[in-house]
Design a protein around this ligand. Structure first.
Ligand SMILES: C[S@@+](CC[C@H](N)C(=O)[O-])C[C@H]1O[C@@H](n2cnc3c(N)ncnc32)[C@H](O)[C@@H]1O
Length: 261
């Protein structure tokens, strides 16, 4: 167990289960409706420690899980939801040592999760057309890992211009028009490689499915969504939460088939 240090991300839990993400900076203060907590009070303590605000309210300091961080970090572009990324990692079969081409970087949420999944022996090339998004993503990624991990390469540009130079095992796209990438991706992927895209609307899914079919370069094409329902467990009140995230996006995966010999 290592104590919190300056620059570390920290998730503060209040007594009602609300969470606040801060980046620890000497001399700074965290202000909320139950008082003030000096960052210096957190720096040097172990994860899991209970601290007290200026009004005597408890706050437990934890390191954010990557999913907590992605959902709570300040961002520009909408992130791929962690509940969906869990499925993307398995269905796109992203694992240690692989090379993944990802676009667009957006806020860097998916890029971080992919970089951790491929590990130090792998490689993620994450491409973003907007320099401002890429710069913000770089700051957010460094905010979690301490620096941009060496296996993660952030590039500014059009993913269409990069796809044929990366030699990816997997291609993961969270951008509005992935159908433009279907054929270039087929040329870049090895046999068995996975093309995966994440789309919010049905017409987009139809268009990418039509292009996957028309290309003749893929098989095992699937589209699905992930519904996550929280439960309340409080005494005898054990039931689904009244509220849930009703819709995020549809995941489509396809595997590269080589032309018949
Ligand atoms: C929804 S965001 C991606 C969010 C990201 N998955 C995350 O978790 O933070 C979509 C991003 O794709 C970028 N984009 C759209 N088309 C692109 C293209 N052809 N090449 C590169 N980036 C593109 C947009 O600028 C935007 O930042």
């Amino acid at each position: 167990m290592t104590a919190f240090g300056p620059g570390d991300p920290c998730l503060l839990y209040d007594e009602r289960g609300r969470t606040y993400l801060i980046e620890l900076q000497p001399g700074r203060e965290f202000h909320y409706h139950r008082g003030v907590l000096a960052h210096d009070a957190v720096i040097g303590v172990d994860e899991g420690t209970t601290l007290w605000s200026s009004k005597g309210a408890p706050l437990v300091a934890l390191r954010p899980r990557l999913a907590d961080y992605v959902l709570k970090m300040r961002r520009g572009a909408t992130v791929s939801y962690p509940k969906d990324v869990g499925a993307i990692l398995l269905w796109a079969d992203v694992g240690p040592g692989m090379t993944v081409l990802e676009a667009g970087t957006g806020s860097g949420g998916l890029a971080m999760i992919l970089a951790r999944a491929v590990g130090p022996e792998g490689r993620v090339v994450s491409v973003e057309r907007r320099a401002d998004h890429s710069a913000l993503a770089e700051r957010r990624i460094a905010g979690f890992f301490g620096e941009v991990p060496p296996q993660l390469e952030l590039r500014v540009g059009e993913v269409e211009d990069v796809v044929d130079e990366v030699n990816p095992d997997r291609i993961v796209l969270d951008l509005p028009e992935p159908w433009h990438l279907v054929r270039p991706a087929a040329a870049a992927l090895p046999g068995g490689g996975v093309f995966c895209c994440y789309l919010p609307t049905v017409p987009q899914v139809q268009q990418v499915r039509e292009e996957l079919e028309a290309s003749g370069a893929y098989l095992d094409v699937e589209t699905f969504e992930i519904l996550l329902r929280d439960w309340v467990v409080a005494g005898r009140s054990v039931r689904p939460s009244h509220r849930m995230i009703g819709h995020t996006g549809f995941i489509t995966v396809a595997r590269r088939r080589l032309p018949p010999a």
